[in-house]
Design a protein around this ligand. Sequence first.
Ligand SMILES: C[S@@+](CC[C@H](N)C(=O)[O-])C[C@H]1O[C@@H](n2cnc3c(N)ncnc32)[C@H](O)[C@@H]1O
Ligand SMILES: [Zn+2]
Length: 312
Amino acid sequence: MSCLRGDKLLNRVLPSINQLLKFLPVQPLVIASNSLYICPVCREPLQLQPSAKNYACLHHHSFDVAKEGYLNLLPVQDKHSKEPGDSKLMMMARRLFLEAGFYEPMAKAVAMMIDVGNTKGQGIQLLDLGCGEGYYSRKIAGFCKHSEQIALQGIDIAKFAIAAAAKKQPQAQFVVASSNRLPYADQVFDVVLRVFAPSDNDELKRVLKPSGYLLTVTPGPRHLWQLKEFIYAEAKEHVSENEVPQGFEHLTTQRISYKITPNPEQRMALLQMTPFAWRANESVLQALGSVSELEIETDFILTLSLRTRPFC
Ligand SMILES: C[S@@+](CC[C@H](N)C(=O)[O-])C[C@H]1O[C@@H](n2cnc3c(N)ncnc32)[C@H](O)[C@@H]1O
Ligand SMILES: [Zn+2]
């Protein structure tokens, strides 16, 4: 595993990834957008209706396209709470923090990894799994070299987040759905991107084409260390899990770490985005807000793997 400081150094490792990937097949886009979705109730294909206002299956289950352009394919039985996923507050905090550019070096690295699998003349279908308010989908469109050839789909279980993503990026398609039961036909995606989001391995394997790529971003050991020190009496380094699921072959891992200095408002937004926010009591919040300057380490692990065994 290589350890990089800042996005400038990314170029050093990319030639080797390029070499590795140029021998791998990337299949051209062949799926008509009409048959991409399946009905979340009966699993039959969903077709866009002539009015273009809704999708329906042969059993007449119908799903309206929202005014923001997204689709809600989360059936009530898969909704385990009134508002599943991140709350509106968390979504707004995430947008405030991310739009300030603190994670942009990581987003650039993600885009560069996607680029090496998307050489000129080929279109790809990309799924941003657990896309939140759509920051990485927008960055892919902005940073990838041949982004006009990328058909972008984003899913998240949080309706507020999907509505916000769809409003900002009408060129992409966003869907409210659970990653445990994806509303897509089999083998439709060339790339699945998963940034700090949950997934189901069987569903990942089902929707990826044979030889499709899985790109995950997970926290490295030192991620947000100084923030953790405010919250825990004894902060512990994050223990990385194996990010190569069964049925995938590991291609490459990149570690990107650098320091950020968010202002007090941005620090609070960052805390709201993290799983340890609920542990922060009033005195922690006050202490965190009153420090004049706080340098925080970021530490990201990017793992690229290849779908190898489509039938297991
Ligand atoms: C830590 S956030 C990451 C969001 C985005 N990838 C980013 O990094 O900005 C995790 C996201 O996963 C979503 N999520 C949680 N459970 C989910 C599920 N079962 N299916 C789809 N999305 C889910 C949450 O709503 C949230 O937006
Ligand atoms: Zn149906």
